[in-house]
Design a protein around this ligand. Structure first.
Ligand code: PEP
Ligand code: MN
Length: 370
C-alpha cells in the first residue's frame, strides 16, 4: 500500500510526525519513505510493507497528511501501475520530457570513436531538430580483444561537442559503478554542457549490485534494457531494483531476444511488448531496432528491416527510439554493419513521424468507441 501525502507536508511537520507515530504502532507493518524533489515542491510517498491486507483504505485515507491511498496489486511496487493509480507516467530531465505519451529519438554512434565522427553526428542531429543522442563510451564486448570503448578519456570532448550542438541528453551505457563517477566528474568539469541517461545494457540487466548503485542516485535517469534471455517479468523486476533504491526516472528498453528463432535478424524483435510494458508499469518504453535487427538488409519494398522494426515499435506506442547511425560505417569500431547513414537521418525521422501520427490516430479511433 502507498500513502501519497499532500505536497506541502514536509518530514519535519507535526502531521508527518503524527502519521509516522501511528504507522509505527501498526503490527507487522514496515514503512519506507520516498521523496521526489521537484522544482516547486517535494512529493512524499510512504510505502507500507508487510501485512497490509488487514488495513482499510478509507481508514488510511483519513490519517493526517494523507492525500491519497493506492493499494498495490502487482509485484512492481514503485514502477507498477496499480488500480486507481494516478501517479505520473513521465519525468523531466534537462528540459526533455520522458513519458508514456511522448516520443524521443536517440540516434547516434554505437561507440564513440573519433571527434570528427561525433561532431558530424551531432551536427546532423542539430540540423534535423534533435536534442538527444546515443554515444557509447564503455562497450561490453563478446571478445576481450575487441575495442572496449574509449571510456573516461573521451567524456570531456563528447560532452563539450554535445553542448556546442544543443544536445540535451546522451544515452551512455555503463558497465561498472566507477563509470558513474567518471561521468558525473566529467559533466562537472566541463560545466554540465549536456545531460546523460545512464544505460544498463542487456548483459547487465540482472547485475543487481550495479542496479542498486545506479538506483541510489536520483540525478541521472536510467535506460534499462530488457535482458536478452530472461522473461519480461524478470526484466521488469530488474527495473524495479532501480526504483526501489530511489531512482524512478527509468525508461525500459526492448532490444530483441537472443534465439536463433529470430534469424536472420540478430535478435527476435519483441516490440509487440511495448503496450504490455506500458500496461504493467508507468515507465516510458524504448525500442532499439539496431540491436534487434542487426543488419542493413532491405525488404522488396525498398525499406530497411531496421526502419520496418522501428515503425512497428512506434505504431504500437513506443516512447523512445535508440538507433545506431554512423558517418562512415566502414570505419566504425563497433556495429558498423547495422548503422544507418547520415543521409538517411531525415528519411528515418519522417518515417517515425508517419508512424507516430498513425499511432495517435489509432488511439483516437479506439477512444471514440469507448
Ligand atoms: C548498445 O545499445 O550499445 C548495446 C550494447 O545494446 P544491448 O545492451 O541491448 O546489447
Ligand atoms: Mn552496438
Amino acid at each position: 500500500m502507498i500513502l501519497i501525502l499532500t505536497p506541502e507536508i514536509g518530514s519535519d511537520s507535526p502531521e508527518f510526525r503524527q502519521l509516522s507515530d501511528h504507522l509505527a504502532s501498526l503490527p507487522k507493518i514496515r514503512t519506507r519513505v520516498h521523496q521526489e524533489h521537484g522544482q516547486q515542491q517535494t512529493l512524499t510517498e510512504i510505502y507500507l510493507i508487510g501485512d497490509t491486507a488487514s488495513l482499510v483504505v478509507e481508514d488510511m485515507q483519513s490519517l493526517p497528511g494523507v492525500e491519497r491511498v493506492v493499494r498495490i496489486s502487482e509485484e512492481y511496487r514503485v514502477l507498477g501501475r496499480h488500480k486507481d493509480d494516478q501517479r505520473p507516467t513521465h519525468f523531466d530531465y534537462n528540459g526533455v520530457r520522458f513519458g508514456q505519451d511522448t516520443l524521443n529519438v536517440f540516434a547516434g554512434l554505437c561507440a564513440v570513436d573519433t571527434p570528427e565522427h561525433v561532431e558530424a553526428m551531432m551536427k546532423a542531429l542539430r540540423d534535423n531538430g534533435q536534442v538527444c543522442t546515443r554515444m557509447g563510451a564503455y562497450k561490453p564486448r563478446t571478445s576481450p580483444y575487441a575495442f572496449q570503448g574509449h571510456g573516461k578519456a573521451c567524456l570531456p570532448w563528447v560532452f563539450e561537442l554535445a553542448g556546442k550542438y544543443g544536445i540535451k541528453v546522451i544515452a551512455m551505457e555503463i558497465t561498472h559503478e566507477s563509470h558513474l563517477d567518471e561521468i558525473r566528474e566529467a559533466l562537472e568539469k566541463t560545466g554540465q554542457p549536456t545531460g546523460v541517461m545512464l544505460q544498463i545494457g542487456t548483459r547487465n540487466t540482472q547485475n543487481f549490485e550495479l542496479l542498486k548503485i545506479v538506483g541510489r542516485q536520483q540525478e541521472l535517469p536510467v535506460l534499462i534494457k530488457r535482458g536478452f534471455g530472461i522473461t519480461l517479468d524478470e526484466s521488469l523486476n530488474a527495473a524495479e531494483y532501480l526504483a526501489s533504491e530511489g531512482n524512478r526516472k527509468v525508461v525500459f528498453g526492448l532490444r530483441g531476444m537472443k534465439t536463433n528463432m529470430g534469424d536472420p535478424h540478430r535478435n527476435l524483435v519483441d516490440f509487440a511488448h511495448v503496450p504490455v510494458v506500458k500496461r504493467l508499469t508507468r515507465m516510458p518504453v524504448c525500442v532499439d531496432p539496431s540491436h534487434s535487427v542487426g543488419s542493413r538488409n532491405r525488404a522488396p519494398d525498398g525499406i530497411l528491416d531496421i526502419m520496418h522494426a522501428t515503425t512497428q515499435g512506434v505504431i504500437t506506442g513506443a516512447n523512445m527510439i535508440l538507433v545506431d547511425f554512423h558517418p562512415a560505417p566502414a570505419k566504425a569500431l563497433v556495429d558498423g554493419p547495422q548503422a544507418l547513414l547520415m543521409e538517411e537521418l531525415p528519411l528515418f525521422l519522417e518515417d517515425v513521424r508517419i508512424a507516430r501520427e498513425a499511432y495517435l490516430k489509432r488511439v483516437a479511433l479506439y477512444r471514440g468507441k469507448d
